[in-house]
Design a binder for this molecule. Structure first.
Ligand code: ATP
Ligand code: MG
Length: 426
């Protein structure tokens, strides 16, 4: 059996050779979110199953088909988080965060678990960067949130990505719209996929989001929610659009965007890449004014988005976007014999305390093999320590790129000296 040497289907290792891409995206996302006043939150990987049934909604694909749910040893039903919002709302309520100054603005990086058919851009464990904002009722908050995503993509120099927005109104305007939708879909009832047949009565808006070929073809001519918005919701949407205009952010209105999760109200949006087919949605979000109350809190408005990091990296790779270069070894210090290698280890320690990436031999290699290794790890500088160097307290610092050599004292303040030399070179 090769089962222990194969990762489970739908999972992917993030290898050291590509981790710099993750670091690029994470540091951009976190630092931009912080410029908007967001603070980081971390919540548990698993929660009580009921939280997601409530917080995601039990007419959604996620809850109906995709959750990793199991009973723990005490027989409690536990679910690996399929998304980040429900856990963040639960944590905010449980820890009284909503009693602090509002708006409360939070961001997170989190792994999510969904039992889906694995394919490019669709995994069973994937990662999201998400932001949730509570207590910001103004439509300017919706535009600001969208602007944040736009800033992140702009910073990452992503170009082939388009913003689509919609408003799905409030429960008041949706009542009439649901009737119109049901009437429209009833003529095709026999032909709908099984899931949609079931959802038609309970949550007909879900049908617009179905990915089956037949259902998505019916969605094209379905009634538009925009024709059913009440005055308040229409005003809200108009201000979102005019704020986006004044922020110079381009978008298209797509009345078929409903988002996969329940409890969205008013604004919903997606950022879709041109070249990734049905896995092109890199980021989705919107306003969910009903959610906090649904999970047991007082009525506090909320809005947020989640960005799939694997999908983002796919699109960035396809567009050849630049990444922060991987950090490599600053200085490799070789020893000509065991005694010199021990001395080199002392020097390396001083460099590390100073923040340098420094290495010396821990394998017991010959000098030649050590230099080969220094080459392989792309060390920027190298130095060889032997009896002469130890006695004279001087060694040669070699620039591995140019071959240039420089005498350096390896006595007191060694790391400071190296620091000022490298600063000069840069
Ligand atoms: P899709 O319509 O592609 O199934 P979704 O509506 O289920 O997406 P959300 O729940 O809104 O997705 O999650 C936000 C983002 O997380 C998506 O836009 C996508 O980038 C990413 N994502 C969702 N599911 C997966 C998955 N199975 N594998 C990788 N990324 C995913
Ligand atoms: Mg999905």
């Amino acid at each position: 059996m090769d089962i222990i040497t194969k990762a489970p289907r739908g999972t992917a290792d993030k290898l050291p050779s590509e981790i710099y891409k993750w670091h690029t995206v994470q540091s951009a996302a976190a630092s931009i979110a912080e410029t908007y006043g967001c603070r980081e939150i971390k919540t548990p990987t698993f929660e009580h199953t009921e939280l997601f049934q409530r917080g995601v909604g039990d007419t959604t694909d996620v809850v109906q088909k995709e959750m990793y749910t199991f009973n723990d040893k005490k027989g409690r039903s536990i679910t690996l988080r399929p998304e980040g919002t429900a856990g963040v709302v639960r944590a905010a309520l449980e820890n009284g965060l909503l009693n602090e100054a509002l708006p409360l603005k939070l961001y997170y990086f989190t792994n999510c678990f969904r039992y889906e058919a694995p394919q490019s851009g669709r995994l069973r464990e994937f990662n999201q960067f998400g932001v949730e904002v509570f207590g910001a009722d103004s439509p300017i908050a919706d535009a600001e949130l969208i602007c944040m995503v736009n800033d992140i993509f702009e910073f990452l120099q992503l170009k082939g990505i388009k913003l689509e927005i919609n408003s799905i109104g409030c429960p008041k305007c949706r009542a009439k719209y649901y009737d119109a939708l049901k009437e429209y879909y009833r003529q095709y009832e026999e032909q709908l996929c099984d899931t949609c047949k079931e959802r038609l009565e309970r949550n007909p808006m879900r049908l617009l989001d179905c990915k089956s070929e037949i259902c998505s073809s019916f969605a094209k001519n379905a009634p538009s929610i925009l024709d059913y918005l009440c005055e308040d919701c229409a005003d809200h949407f108009a201000t979102v659009k005019s704020t986006l205009d004044s922020m110079n952010i381009s978008y298209t209105v797509n009345p078929r965007i409903v988002r996969g999760l329940d409890y969205y109200t008013n604004t919903v949006f997606e950022f879709v890449a041109d070249n990734c087919g049905t896995q092109g949605t890199v980021c989705g979000g919107g306003r969910y004014n009903g959610l906090v109350e649904e999970i047991g809190g007082k009525s506090v408005s909320g809005l947020g988005f989640a960005m799939g990091i694997e999908r983002l990296l796919m699109v960035m790779d396809a567009e050849n976007c630049p990444y922060d270069p991987p950090k490599e070894c600053d200085l490799y210090i070789a020893g000509t014999d065991p005694n010199s290698s021990a001395y080199a280890a002392g020097l390396v320690r001083q460099l590390r305390k100073f923040g340098f990436r420094a290495e010396s031999d821990v394998v017991g290699r010959s000098l030649k093999a050590q230099m080969k290794y220094a080459d392989k790890i792309n060390a920027r500088f190298s130095m060889v320590i032997g009896e002469n160097e130890i006695n004279s307290k001087t060694a040669q610092l070699k620039n591995m790129k140019t071959g240039e050599k420089l005498n350096v004292s390896i006595g007191d303040n060694f790391a400071e000296k190296i620091n000022s030399i490298l600063m000069d070179i840069e």
